[in-house]
Design a protein around this ligand. Structure first.
Ligand code: GLN
Length: 487
C-alpha cells in the first residue's frame, strides 16, 4: 500500500505504533507530487526540503520517546492566502508574487504546535475570488477526476491536492463557498467553520466579515482532527470566540437516530441539475432509513443570498485591497512620474480582471448615493436571512441540500460569463452571510463519473453534529471512493 493513499488518522496510528516514519510518508507524498503535479498543477510553491527536514525532526522526537500530538508528522498543504513564514504567500496574484511573509498565521502556529509537515502552498483563484482557479495569475489547477474540468474554487488547489494524494490533508478558506464547492467537485470532505471559531490572523483578507479558514480531508475523521487543531480563541483576532472546543475526532458518533434533518425546497429548485438533486435526495432518504426524520424548512431565497453576498463581499474587498498600492507590499510598477501614477499603474498591472471588477463593484456600492440603495439593503437582507435560519433551526437540527448546483464544469465554460460563474455559489453563500458552519461530503457520482457533494448546514458551533452526521453516512457506505484519483 502506497502511504500517500492513506488518511491522516490511519497514518497517525501507524506512526504511533512505529510502523512507519514521517520521513517515509513525506517521501511517498513527494513521489506522488512528482508523478501527478505536471498534470494537476495544485501547487504554487513546493517545499520538499523543508518538509523532509521537519519530518526527520518529528521522527527523532518520536524515537526519543516523546509523546506527540495526533497530526505530528502528517504532510499538510496550505492555501496560498495563509501566511507561512519563509514561503511566498502570493494569493495567486501578480501583486504578491514576491511577497514572503515574515510571520506565521495563527493556524500555522497551531499546526506547528502539532508538529505538522508542510508540503507547500496551494493554488487558488486570485485573492480567493472565483470558483474554478481560472482567475489565478499562475496556473489552472485540474480536477483529478477529469483534467478537462475545473477543481472548483477558490480553494481548488487545496481540494485537488488531497483528492490526488499530493497532500494528506489541507487548509483552505471559505468566504462564499470556497471550501465546500471545491470539496464537492473533487470528491473530498470540506468544512467551513462557524464564523469566529478559527482565527483569521495571517489570512490575507478578502471579505473580513465572511472569511473563515477550514480543513479538507479524505475522511470525516481527518477533517475533525484538523479542525480540532486550528480552532479556538486568538488574542490576535478579536472576532474569535472564547468557548470550550472539544477534540471533535474523539467524539465522533455514527448515529443519526432521532435527528431532524431540514430539507429546504428552494435549494433543490431551479438551476440544480436533475442528477445532483436525485443523488442528494437519495442521501436524505438514506438518513431516513438510518433513523433520522426529514422535515421541510423554509430558508431565504438563494437568489437574495447571492445578491447580498456579492454586494457585501465586494464592498469589503474594495476596502481590504486598498492596501496593495505599491508602497507597503508586493508589486510596484516600473513606469511612473508621480505618486498618483505609481498607485494607478501598480494596481492596473498588479491585479487581474476579476479582482478589478470586484474592487469597482465594491467601491460603487459604498459610494454616497448608492450606499443606501445597495450596501444598506444587503446588510438588511443579511439580518432577515439570519432570522429565517434561526426559525428553521426550531424545526430541524440541521439542514441538508446540495453543495453546488452541478458537478465540476469544463475550463472556459463559465469564464466569459461572470453571472453564470457567480451562480455556482448560489447554494453556499448564505451560510457565510449568516456566519453558520457547513460541511460538504461526497455522496456518490453523476453519470459522467464526477463526484456530487452533499451540504450539511448547522446552527452556530454545531460542528460536532455536522461531523457526526457526515460520519454516519461515511460509515454506512463504507468510506468515500477516491480509487479513481489515488491510483
Ligand atoms: N466563489 C465565490 C467568490 O468568487 C466564493 C469565494 C470564496 O469563498 N473565497 O466570491
Amino acid at each position: 500500500m502506497e502511504l500517500y493513499r492513506l488518511t491522516a488518522s490511519e497514518l497517525s496510528r501507524m506512526m504511533q505504533k512505529k510502523e512507519v516514519s514521517s520521513a517515509e510518508i513525506t517521501r511517498s507524498v513527494f513521489d506522488r507530487i512528482a508523478q501527478k503535479e505536471p498534470e494537476i498543477e495544485a501547487y504554487i510553491t513546493l517545499d520538499e526540503e523543508g518538509a523532509l527536514k521537519k519530518a526527520a525532526e518529528v521522527d527523532e522526537k518520536r524515537a526519543k520517546g516523546e509523546s506527540l500530538p495526533p497530526l505530528a508528522g502528517i504532510p499538510v498543504g496550505i492555501k496560498d492566502n495563509i501566511c507561512l513564514k519563509g514561503l511566498p504567500a502570493t494569493c495567486a496574484s501578480k501583486m504578491l508574487q514576491n511577497f514572503v511573509p515574515p510571520y506565521n498565521a495563527t493556524v500555522i502556529e497551531k499546526l506547528n504546535a502539532q508538529d505538522c509537515v508542510y508540503t507547500g502552498k496551494l493554488n487558488m483563484d486570485e485573492f480567493a475570488m472565483g470558483s474554478s482557479t481560472e482567475t489565478s495569475f499562475f496556473k489552472k489547477t485540474k480536477n483529478p477526476f477529469d483534467t478537462a474540468r475545473v477543481p472548483g474554487g477558490s480553494s481548488g488547489g487545496s481540494a485537488a491536492s488531497v483528492a490526488a494524494g499530493e497532500a494528506i490533508v489541507s487548509l483552505g478558506s471559505d468566504t462564499g463557498g470556497s471550501i465546500r464547492q471545491p470539496a464537492s467537485f473533487c470528491g473530498v470532505v470540506g468544512l467551513k467553520p462557524t464564523y469566529g471559531s478559527v482565527s483569521r490572523f495571517g489570512l490575507v483578507a478578502f471579505a473580513s466579515s465572511l472569511d473563515q479558514i477550514g480543513p479538507f480531508g479524505r475522511s470525516v475523521e481527518d477533517v475533525s482532527m484538523l479542525y480540532s487543531a486550528i480552532c479556538g480563541k486568538d488574542p490576535h483576532d478579536t472576532t474569535t470566540v472564547r468557548r470550550e472546543y472539544p477534540r471533535f475526532e474523539d467524539n465522533l458518533q455514527a448515529d443519526v437516530k432521532g435527528l431532524r434533518i431540514g430539507i429546504p425546497e428552494a435549494y433543490f429548485g431551479k438551476g440544480v441539475s436533475e442528477e445532483v438533486r436525485a443523488k442528494v435526495m437519495e442521501t436524505a432518504r438514506q438518513y431516513e432509513k438510518m433513523g433520522a426524520s426529514l422535515v421541510p424548512v423554509t430558508l431565504p431565497d438563494p437568489d437574495y443570498g447571492l445578491a447580498a453576498y456579492y454586494i457585501i463581499a465586494c464592498a469589503e474587498a474594495s476596502s481590504n485591497l486598498a492596501r496593495f498600492d505599491g508602497v507597503k507590499y508586493g508589486y510596484r510598477t516600473q513606469n511612473f512620474t508621480n505618486l498618483e501614477e505609481m498607485y494607478e499603474n501598480t494596481r492596473s498591472q498588479g491585479f487581474g480582471d476579476e479582482v478589478k471588477r470586484r474592487i469597482m463593484l465594491g467601491t460603487y456600492v459604498l459610494s454616497s448615493g448608492y450606499y443606501d440603495a445597495y450596501y444598506k439593503k444587503a446588510k438588511f437582507t443579511q439580518k432577515l436571512m439570519q432570522g429565517m435560519f434561526q426559525e428553521a433551526f426550531q424545526k430541524a437540527d440541521l439542514i441538508l441540500c446540495p453543495t453546488a448546483p452541478d458537478t465540476a464544469f469544463k475550463f472556459g465554460e463559465n469564464s466569459d460569463d461572470q453571472v453564470k460563474m457567480y451562480m455556482n455559489d448560489i447554494l453556499t453563500v448564505t451560510v457565510n452571510i449568516t456566519g453558520l458552519p457547513a460541511l460538504s461530503f461526497p455522496c456518490g457520482f453523476d453519470g459522467k463519473g464526477l463526484p456530487v457533494g452533499c451540504q450539511l448546514i448547522g446552527d452556530k458551533f454545531s460542528e460536532q453534529q455536522l461531523l457526526n452526521t457526515a460520519y454516519a453516512y461515511e460509515k454506512a457506505v463504507g468510506g468515500f471512493d477516491l480509487s479513481k484519483t489515488l491510483d
